[in-house]
Write a protein that binds this ligand. Structure first.
Ligand code: HPA
Length: 244
């Protein structure tokens, strides 16, 4: 079973989801929301990382509870869906990116399950799982979607970046910027769950566009891209069912 973690756009994945758990409580506190299943997608469970009505900001998300809950439900892997700003000059609104690396600029988040009695130093050289990425790329090919690779730079938020910060991130090798891949990816690794992400570019990063960054414009890009995101995920869920 695949755990899919995403933002509000997930609501558009299907009609009338059913609850996949009775409670969002975990030893690490409450998860963002109750996980859900959609009719017709039996091998997936979905979690809205910003909670009901998009109320939980990126730096306030309880990433540990979210990952713990998904793991408790027995998922074999996590596919994350992100809205991001485009740093790479060739990226435009509505483009999809399949990141192969990340740089973490977040701070102060509860970012590990390690602690007394749980001595953990996980290898994180390759934060995104190669096999999941290959399957996502294959699905993109099957639905005719251009899915470029890239480097995800994760910032703390909730404010957007300054233009100079984006210039620095570009020098660091980042091609997209978002606020939620970390510590999600690292916690997934600590639990032994393969993790990959699909990014939707919803704006040119700070200083890259002619206009200021407006949430409403980004939401419109998300809404317009919903059918494509759904096709990609549905095809991916069919592909992972097939033996290799
Ligand atoms: N920066 C950080 N996070 C984002 C952006 C951005 O420009 N767009 C969507 N999420």
């Amino acid at each position: 079973m695949i755990g899919i973690i995403g933002g509000t756009g997930l609501a558009a994945l299907g009609e009338e989801p059913t609850l996949a758990a009775d409670s969002a409580d975990t030893p690490f506190g409450h998860a963002s929301d109750l996980p859900r299943r959609f009719p017709g997608l039996p091998n997936a469970v979905f979690l809205n990382r910003h909670g009901e009505g998009h109320t939980v900001l990126p730096h306030r998300i309880n990433y540990r509870a979210n990952l713990w809950l998904m793991n408790e439900l027995g998922v074999d892997a996590i596919v994350a869906v992100f809205a991001v700003g485009g740093i790479g000059r060739s990226l435009g609104d509505g483009d999809f990116v399949l990141p192969d690396q990340l740089v973490d600029y977040t701070w102060g988040r509860e970012h590990t399950f390690a602690g007394p009695g749980n001595f953990l130093h996980v290898d994180f050289s390759e934060p995104f799982d190669a096999r999941l990425r290959q399957t996502l790329a294959k699905s993109a090919g099957r639905i005719g979607l251009d899915l470029a690779g890239g480097v995800y730079g994760c910032t703390q938020g909730p404010r957007f970046e300054t233009a100079a910060e984006i210039d620095r991130m570009e020098r660091d090798g980042c091609t997209v910027v978002g606020m939620t891949a970390m510590p999600e990816a690292a916690l997934s690794r600590e639990l032994g769950l393969p993790y990959a992400g699909v990014c939707l570019v919803v704006n040119p990063a700070a200083g890259r566009g002619l206009v200021s960054l407006e949430l409403a414009d980004m939401q419109k890009v998300v809404a317009d891209a919903q059918p494509t995101m759904r096709r990609l995920l549905v095809d991916f869920l069919q592909l992972v069912e097939q033996p290799v």
